[in-house]
Design a protein around this ligand. Structure first.
Ligand code: ADP
Ligand code: MG
Length: 478
């Protein structure tokens, strides 16, 4: 039997507002427990929630960027359940009438193919607090700092068919919310996480199978692993005569498996109803247009422009525009280098991004500024240094030894382009290797690489490689 996988994601993006969604308490991460939860967040009697306008703006920005409809009228609802980290006994969310609905994004897969993924809805809600288990003996600590933090829950249609597609989709939403500056995207801190709904069905069958929902995945790698594990579990189960039950599962990243948290029978009946403390949310079309006018250039448009203006491949343009900071950095390098877009792309995606990864830095605080990298590319294109020597220059700039010109000067890295000097080195290499010269002249062309290597070594890497090649060929055949 051939199986087809069906996946839909519910992504939670923490909105980057300074204060909470219904109170003035700070949303800053990392404060001492329970120092950032006010009377509203704690659900004390006699207080009322007041909606944070900036959270609404951010939801609308997301909706506009994904071709969604913005509801002129939406409603906050109470989702009732009991849990120690939920002080009010209900979470304020949106249920029947979400603020944003019916849109889509286009994702690109590894093979370069693109695919459309439908967005069912995106709604505003508040986050709950956190249970703390570490450092407590026999009791659980409760930190309510996160209670009331604004979230945008982004719900996809069940359009995804593999773990890799799910990851590509999640990366696309991650890139979008960062472009829009509505979420910092920090997955370690839990600012961007998802629940994955997974089911299988025999290939060709129209109806969906029963799904399991894997909760709270906070890294792209975990999303891929958890989904793949879940697909395998469901196939094994069905093929050995069992049936998949609708349930919530947790991914254990240490064991690499999912396990049941609660089944549908024990599932909560949330008793949703409109929150009487909050007015319905009304958004006028003028307001929507005002927000539309503030949208930045989005990744898809930027990618097309990079291909058209800089002549980059779809792949390079896609990688460079995945983050706005990296795209800005690249454009500043091209500007500083006075062109050389392809060379700039290679350096940004290659040595720069390698060094950033190695040192755990963001492109925004690279010790090599765009002006410095652009300046170095100029020295490659005017033949002052070779691409190989440039790697040493880059490392020196990274280590705070000054800009490219200063490093080239201080280390004497200027490329040797003087024909006479190169010819002298070639003559020495030829005289020292009579055996190889004989073989080369007898037809063993491959030995050219050996000679080039010897001459480059003699010049300490500084001879111009193109000249070395050309002069060597002449001398060897002469
Ligand atoms: P709930 O509100 O109970 O979580 P929804 O119907 O809103 O359920 O669906 C939540 C998510 O589950 C959506 O992303 C949707 O695309 C996905 N989904 C729904 N049915 C299936 C299915 N049979 N298999 C996989 N995903 C599904
Ligand atoms: Mg759900």
């Amino acid at each position: 039997m051939e199986w087809e996988t069906v996946i839909g994601l519910e992504i939670h993006a923490q909105l980057a507002t300074r204060s909470k969604i219904f109170s003035g308490a700070s949303t800053a991460y990392g404060a001492d427990p329970n120092t950032q939860a006010c009377a509203v967040d704690l659900g004390l009697p006699g207080v009322l929630p007041v909606l944070n306008g900036e959270a609404v703006n951010m939801a609308v920005r997301f909706g506009l960027a994904t071709g969604c409809s913005i509801a002129p009228h939406s409603v906050f609802a109470r989702k009732n359940y009991f849990y120690p980290d939920l002080p009010k006994g209900y979470q304020i969310s949106q249920y029947e009438l979400p603020v944003v609905h019916d849109g889509e994004v286009t994702i690109e897969l590894d093979d370069g193919e693109t695919m459309r993924v439908g967005l069912t809805r995106a709604h505003l809600e508040e986050d709950a607090g956190k249970s703390l288990h570490e450092g407590f003996e026999g009791v659980t600590g409760i930190d309510l700092n996160r209670a009331g933090t604004p979230l945008l829950e982004i719900v996809s249609e069940p359009d995804l068919r593999s773990a890799r597609q799910a990851v590509a989709y999640m990366k696309k939403i991650h890139s979008l919310v960062r472009y829009l500056e509505i979420c910092d995207g920090n997955m370690q801190e839990g600012s961007f996480r998802c629940d994955a709904n997974v089911s299988i069905r025999p290939k060709g069958q129209a109806e969906f199978g029963t799904r399991a929902e894997i909760k709270n995945l906070n890294s792209f790698r975990f999303v891929e692993k958890a989904i793949n594990h879940e697909i395998e579990r469901q196939i094994d189960l069905v093929e050995s005569g069992g049936t998949v039950v609708q349930e919530t599962r947790l991914y254990d990243s240490v064991k690499g498996e999912t396990r049941s948290m609660r089944t549908k029978e024990e599932a909560n009946d949330y008793r949703y109803f409109p929150d009487p403390d909050l007015l319905p949310l009304e958004i006028t079309s003028e307001e929507v247009e005002r927000i539309r006018a503030t949208l930045p250039e989005l990744p898809d448009a930027k990618k097309q422009r990079f291909m058209a203006d800089y002549g980059l491949s779809a792949y390079d343009a896609g990688v460079l525009t995945a983050s706005r900071d990296q795209a800005d950095y690249f454009e500043a390098v091209v500007e500083a280098a006075g062109g050389e877009a392809k060379l700039a792309a290679n350096w940004v995606m290659g040595d720069l991004s390698g060094a950033l990864n190695r040192d755990g830095r963001e492109v925004g605080d690279s010790p090599v500024t765009p002006a410095m990298l652009g300046g170095m590319l100029k020295r490659i294109s005017d033949n002052t240094i070779s691409g190989k020597i440039a790697k040493d220059v880059f490392e020196a700039m990274w280590n705070d030894e000054g800009d490219a010109d200063a490093v080239i000067e201080a280390k004497g890295l200027k490329q040797v382009t003087d024909t006479g000097a190169i010819e002298a080195m070639i003559d020495e290499v030829i005289a020292a290797n009579p055996g190889q010269v004989e073989q080369y002249r007898a037809g063993k062309d491959k030995l050219l690489g050996f000679f080039v290597g010897q001459v480059m070594k003699a010049s300490k890497g500084k001879a111009n490689p193109a000249q070395v090649n050309e002069l060597l060929k002449k001398k060897l055949s002469g």
